[in-house]
Each structure stands twice: as C-alpha cells, then as structure tokens.
Design a protein around this ligand. Structure first.
Ligand code: 9WN
Length: 436
C-alpha cells in the first residue's frame, strides 16, 4: 500500500541530500541545514539509507559550539538566496562558536536525543547503531547541559527561547501578544522567501522587523546568554520546545543505560527530568483550557492560547492519564470537527486563525507525527489513526508540501498545500508513519 507515495518520499529526500553531508529542508526556499529538520530527516533516511541518516546527525553535531549549543541554521555554502544569511547572523561574535561553520546564534527544538533512539529502534543492525550512538551521544548530553545551565534562569527545569525562530513555529499568533509590547525599528531589507512562495502564506514585513530586532540586540552583546536573558523582549517557556527536551532526556537515559558505564550522566539526566516534568505540569498546564500553554517570562504571564504545540506533551509522556484525557477532549472539540483535517497548528475557533498562513493555522506534518505517536502511546488508537490517515490524505491530494489547509472543503479543485514543495520532513515522517 502507498508504494508510490513512499517511492516519491524517498526520491525527495535523496534529491535534497547535499554533498556536504546534510539535507536541505526544501530546495530554493531553505538552502542550508536546519536543526530540527535534520532530526526528522534522519528518521526518514533511517528506513532506507542508514549511512545518510547517520551523516545527517554527525554533520549537525559537528557544528556544535564549545559550550554545547547547537545552532538552528548551519550555513554550509555562501548562497545569498536566503535572508537573513550568515553575514547578518554573525555567529563569530560568540567566543565559543564553531570555528569550522558559520551559523545562526539561536537554536531550535532539541530533537536530537529522541532521534538517536528512533534510529536505534528502526535499525535492523542494533550493534552498529549503538556504536554510532556511542560516538555522538555525549554531544547531545552537552547540549542538554547547556540548556539547563544557561536557559533555565529560575532553576525550575524549564528552559526559555529568546526568538520566535527558536520555537520552530515562527509566526504563531501567540507571539502577537509579545510583538504588541515591542517597538522594533522599521528595517530596510530584501526578503528572499517571498520570491519563492506567495507572500500571503508567509510572515508579514512587520513581523520580520521584530525578528531582526531581537537578533540585533543579541549581536550587540555577542550572543551572551546572560545578556539575552536580561534584555530580549522575547523570552518564552514554550511547551513544544520543553517537551522535546524532556522527550530527548528520556531517550538519553535509555540509551546511556543500554551503553552502560555512564551512571553519573544518567543520574544527572534523571534529576533534570524530574524537575522539568514537575514544573512543566504545574506551570504550563491551563486547567480551564484543558491543555498546555506558553509562558511569557519577560512579562511574567501565561499566554493563554491553544495551538498544536499544546498537545505535543503527549509525545513526551508528560501528562498523567486523566490530564491526557482532558487534552484529547480539548483537541477534538476545538480542532477535530469532521470537516477539518487534524491537526491545525492554531485554534480554528480563534479569530487569529488563518488556514493558509504558515504557523497561524495550517497543518504541519512534524506536529502530526508527534501527535500520532503521543496519542498511540496513551491508548487513543482511533484518533491516532485519524491523524495518520489525514496526513496521508493531505499529501496524496496535494503533494509533499510544507504545510496544508486544515479545511477539507479547501482541497480538490485547487491545491491547498502551501509553502515549499518537495519538503523533506513531510517526506521523511510520512515514510516513518507508513512503516508502522
Ligand atoms: C526560519 C526550515 C525551517 C523550519 C521552521 C519553519 C521555517 C525558517 C524560515 O523553515 O523557518 O527558521 O525562514 O521561515 O518555520 O520550523 O525549521 O524548514
């Protein structure tokens, strides 16, 4: 079943793979290596080309900074078809940045730990994979140590992000509340994304002003974590980001135990994990909304909106069974109407919902993949199956787009897949879902 889809998905990944040992998220639109894309891509490759899956992760970790930080974009080439590029980000300002690669000075959701575990589970040759994991796992551990040392300013086990691009959900309507507090300059710059993709499917010019403004502040202080924590107008505890960290902690614990002789690291990870899960549950859960939400650390207030990130904690085993039931109820009431594909990226009943624009509403395959896994884990087999079938349908009808309209009526006569086409993680994660 779905042989043609799988064949096409493999072809996309193979064609997006680059001589530098990494895979483009999407030709033209995203011409470098991105952190969380690489993780998802490695899971896809693991099913049919393990050497490429390993190479993807090794290249990513090779760009790690001396303090354990892993950047969100690694600029492997000088192409100027993406804005803002290496010359704008200036990772060289940070004293501990990579001397080998130019990169951004911000990160993305820490997926690498659980990606190693997924690769291990997929591989028929466990011994070979364990050898590979042994060679890379300490770098991932160092990355987690970086987060707990530098991004957890209240020592509560919850790390902050200082830029919307760190969230991965770049222009979520949740950030509107933050932008309303920021008086960013109006910059003069030439965008590249809107020459590849219809502007109505991308963030606005004003939003880009904010994005650049935060980077300017960080650069003025050579990307010092302490200064960023003090000065960035955007300082958020994001449930998706923290759930990824927690999920990856869990994977590191399991993998270190399998490798053996790493008791100190296991003990440290377990300590982090305990604090993180307990604070996550006490601080980020909104009883009234029945799901997890973001917390604005800069302005000290919860951001009370429902997005697909609100349900990602299911993937990381964070809620207990009772809470999981509440979350599923919220999800199905707000996002689960039969005339909608699961799962919109933002609350379809909100006035901020936009079904065509990027992270303001469309369905994204990486979030669907996490939800599928999370729902399965908690025993919601039927809803998990619906997420899977919706994912297949969206790709079958439209192609391997970056994001999709959640409204069923929008599909058919016209294409309702948006953003970039032949998008790598859509291909990679479909391969994984279809292998189940
Ligand atoms: C900025 C690469 C990345 C994804 C993000 C997605 C988009 C970049 C952009 O593309 O962000 O990082 O230029 O819009 O929002 O999640 O990692 O696919």
């Amino acid at each position: 079943m779905h042989e043609n889809l799988i064949k096409k998905a493999k072809q996309i990944l193979t064609e997006n793979y680059q001589p530098g040992g990494f895979t483009l998220p999407c030709k033209n639109l995203y011409p470098f290596q991105w952190l969380w894309d690489s993780g998802f891509i490695a899971i896809g490759f693991a099913h049919f080309d393990m050497p490429k899956a390993k190479q993807e992760i090794s290249t990513l970790l090779d760009a790690q900074w001396e303090n354990g930080f892993i950047p969100h974009i690694i600029f492997h080439t000088d192409t100027d078809t993406y804005f803002p590029g290496a010359d704008f980000h200036r990772s060289d300002l940070h004293p501990l940045s990579s001397k080998k690669y130019k990169s951004t000075g911000m990160t993305q959701p820490p997926v690498t730990g659980f990606v190693l575990e997924e690769m291990y589970n997929i591989s028929p040759d466990k011994e070979d994979l364990l050898t590979f994991i042994e060679s890379e796992i300490d770098k991932v551990y160092a990355n987690h140590r970086y987060f707990y040392q530098h991004r957890d300013i209240n020592n509560e086990g919850l790390v902050y992000i200082y830029h919307n691009w760190e969230s991965g959900t770049d222009n979520s309507p949740i950030w509107d509340d933050i932008w309303a507090t920021v008086d960013s300059p109006r910059y003069d710059f030439q965008r590249r994304d809107t020459s590849h993709v219809d502007a109505s499917q991308r963030p606005s010019k004003r939003e880009y002003d904010h994005y650049l403004h935060i980077i300017e502040i960080a650069k003025q202080h050579n990307y010092s974590d302490e200064k960023i924590a003090e000065l960035s107008p955007f300082l958020v505890q994001d449930p998706l980001f923290n759930a990824m960290l927690i999920k990856s902690n869990e994977s590191l614990i399991k993998l270190y135990k399998r490798i053996g002789n790493n008791e100190d690291k296991v003990r440290q990870l377990e300590q982090w994990q305990q604090l993180s899960i307990s604070s996550f549950n006490s601080k980020l859960y909104d009883e009234e909304l029945g799901c997890y939400i973001h917390y604005d650390l800069r302005n000290n207030k919860p951001l009370r909106y429902i997005s697909s990130s609100s349900f990602a904690p299911l993937f990381a085993n964070i809620p207990d069974k009772e809470r999981a039931a509440e979350m599923v109820n919220t999800m199905m009431t707000k996002f689960g109407n039969p005339d909608q594909y699961l799962c919109a990226s933002f609350d379809p009943t909100s006035e901020r919902y936009n079904p065509k624009q990027y992270w303001r509403g469309p369905v994204w395959i990486n979030l669907n993949w996490m939800l599928y896994k999370g729902l399965t884990q908690y025993g919601y087999k039927n809803i998990a199956e619906r997420v899977k079938q919706d994912t297949i349908a969206l790709i079958e009808i439209n192609g391997f787009y970056e994001y999709f309209d959640a409204r069923k009526e929008a599909h058919g006569e016209v294409r309702a897949g948006y953003g970039g086409n032949d998008f790598s993680w859509s291909a990679a994660l479909l391969i994984d879902m279809l292998s189940d």
